[in-house]
Design a protein around this ligand. Structure first.
Ligand code: GLC
Length: 569
């Protein structure tokens, strides 16, 4: 096998701690629950977990507002519970990476309490404070989470900057003390044996130092339209451009790459750790080996229909733009986006499409990131009562449009479209009340999706060989055993076909070459490939029996078939 690193070979699985497993029956996920599910994860066949924030937090942004970077939220357990989880994962060969939120802390972090206490407090400059202008904020900058990006602190009469919520003040990364404090926190977890970090919101770490007004002409009405169908909806190019201009001075500013290089040096003090960035810009790979190990290929998932043409165009752009030695990283959903099952379904072949989506993740070149619940086909759950919403930007949006005169029922529909609560509902472990996430009678922190009673749960699927869960396990298992899917190059075949995607993965090290065909249509095809191979041995198919030998000249592909075969010369 090749000399790939663990994070290049492995499949990552994102756990959203609040919604994964409730071990103490209080309606909220926790480490006791997560630890109890480690055997499930090992059996599923994933290799690493990315844990969304588990730190103490007042939960204004569901954990992405951290009030202590070196502790565990009491509702999730203790530091010992965390250690127990980490050790249990490692014993099963599962690595664990944490979420590193550098851009901002919680407004209830001790650092911010000190910073806001007086203008001459030694930590004043740990955050970004400015005088107001003409009785208002220092400039016209906005927060994508709603309203001005500035908040007046009456005690000291100055405004502080917050790219996200006002409960998430931005740290001032131009102050070396901030850096030192954060690197200490980074080392705290690495010393404990954590395997790396997923970096939250790195694009917003620095601002333009002169802080000029933005010049975008995007109206509030257009802004709402932009957010109506997603986070944001990128299909209207004109609106997207106007939206980009709003944040022009607030994102991707000079200094961030040097900072990433510095963080990389910290990480490299420890053997075999990894950094993956929440940003789609390949520039975060640096020279390919001096910034982040991986950067999410978000452009791939930004479509409502996963078509061969879309995938080919994405791969062509993406693979060509990576610097030498950089390693690709693919994902189709996470805690901020529509669930994969909901996003790409057509209402008639939903299950087949979900299978094709997984096959795509596991056969493209690069490391796949899966999101908890996708393996059982969890769908988005639209809330119908605003009082149950937990996602702050959605609540802000609802209040803003109702205040503008929109009927609440209409506002609710739009807010539900936008709310990230839809993909954060509790994991569906069984068909019992509360989906086996929490005991009967307990109110879970977000409602459980009622479709857990219709087979969308782990227990019902566990022993059903035809279930989506069983399909995930089979394919994850196959990937591990198939070197060409891990380190093989990617070469397209039949480049213009609109129904299916066909490509070769060719491994130099193992000399294995695989043909992958993913039929995204309900039509069958008779295919002929001009390959140097005599035969193709089926390794995995949703139609052809495994082990069957086929000829590359006369290959029949069934509707929605997923076919992975090894070339035999
Ligand atoms: C990232 C997180 C998102 C959070 C935001 C602010 O985008 O993925 O959930 O709201 O950062 O921390």
């Amino acid at each position: 096998m090749s000399d790939l690193k663990w994070w290049q070979k492995g499949v990552f699985y994102q756990i959203y701690p609040r919604s994964f497993a409730d071990g103490n029956g209080d309606g909220i996920g926790d480490f006791i629950g997560m630890t109890a599910k480690l055997d499930y994860l090992a059996d599923l066949g994933i290799d690493a977990v990315w844990l969304s924030p588990h730190f103490p937090s007042p939960q204004y942004d569901v954990g992405y507002d951290i009030s202590d970077y070196t502790a565990v939220a009491a509702e999730y357990g203790t530091l010992d519970d965390f250690r127990h989880f980490l050790d249990g994962a490692h014993q099963r060969g599962i690595r664990v990476i944490l979420d590193l939120v550098m851009n901002h802390s919680s407004h209830l972090h001790q650092w911010f309490s000190e910073s806001r206490s007086s203008r001459d407090n030694p930590k004043r400059d740990w955050y970004i404070w400015r005088d107001g202008r003409n009785g208002g904020p220092p400039n016209n900058w906005l927060s994508p989470f709603g309203g001005s990006a500035w908040e007046l602190d009456p005690a000291t009469g100055q405004y502080y900057y917050h790219y996200f919520l006002k409960e998430q003040p931005d740290l001032n990364w131009r102050n070396p003390e901030v850096k030192n404090a954060m690197w200490q926190a980074v080392r705290f977890w690495l010393d404990m044996g954590v395997d790396g970090y997923r970096l939250d919101a790195i694009g917003t770490i620095f601002e333009q130092p002169d802080m000029p007004d933005h010049r975008s002409k995007l109206t509030e009405e257009e802004m709402r339209r932009l957010f109506k169908r997603g986070f944001p909806d990128r299909t209207d190019k004109k609106l997207v451009e106007l939206w980009r201009q709003i944040y022009e001075y607030q994102v991707e500013q000079p200094g961030v790459h040097e900072l990433m290089q510095e963080l990389r040096c910290v990480i490299d003090e420890y053997p075999d750790r990894v950094l993956v960035g929440e940003n789609d810009n390949v520039s975060y790979h640096g020279d390919g080996d001096n910034e982040l190990h991986m950067v999410f290929n978000f452009p791939l998932m930004r479509t409502d229909r996963m078509t061969p043409a879309w995938i080919r165009a994405n791969q062509q752009d993406r693979l060509a733009s990576l610097p030498p030695r950089a390693w690709p990283c693919n994902t189709l959903n996470n805690h901020d986006s529509t669930r994969v099952y909901t996003r790409y379904r057509d209402g008639r072949h939903d299950d087949a499409i979900a299978r094709a989506a997984l096959a795509l993740m596991l056969t493209l070149r690069g490391t796949p990131f899966l999101y908890n619940g996708e393996e059982i086909g969890m769908t988005d759950y639209r809330l119908t009562d605003i009082n149950l919403f937990r996602d702050p930007p959605a609540v802000w949006f609802y209040n803003a449009v109702v205040a503008d005169g929109m009927p609440p029922a209409q506002a609710l529909v739009l807010a539900a479209d936008l709310s990230r609560d839809r993909c954060r509902t509790p994991m569906q472990w069984s068909s019992e009340v509360n989906a086996g996430f929490s005991p009967k009678g307990v109110q879970t922190w977000l409602p459980v999706n009622p479709n857990h009673a219709q087979g969308i749960n782990a227990a019902d699927q566990q022993n059903d060989p035809d279930s989506l869960l069983s399909f995930y396990k089979r394919l994850l298992h196959l990937r591990k055993q198939t070197p060409a899917l891990l380190d093989g190059s990617y070469a397209l075949l039949h480049e213009t076909n609109e129904d299916y995607l066909a490509f070769l993965r060719q491994s130099q090290g193992s000399r294995q070459t695989c043909l992958v065909i993913l039929n995204f249509s309900d039509r069958d095809h008779s295919l002929s490939f001009d390959l140097s191979a005599r035969d193709i041995r089926c390794l995995f198919s949703t139609y052809t029996p495994e082990g069957t030998t086929l000829s590359p000249d006369t290959l029949k592909i069934a509707p929605f078939e997923i076919f992975i075969g090894e070339l035999i010369s």
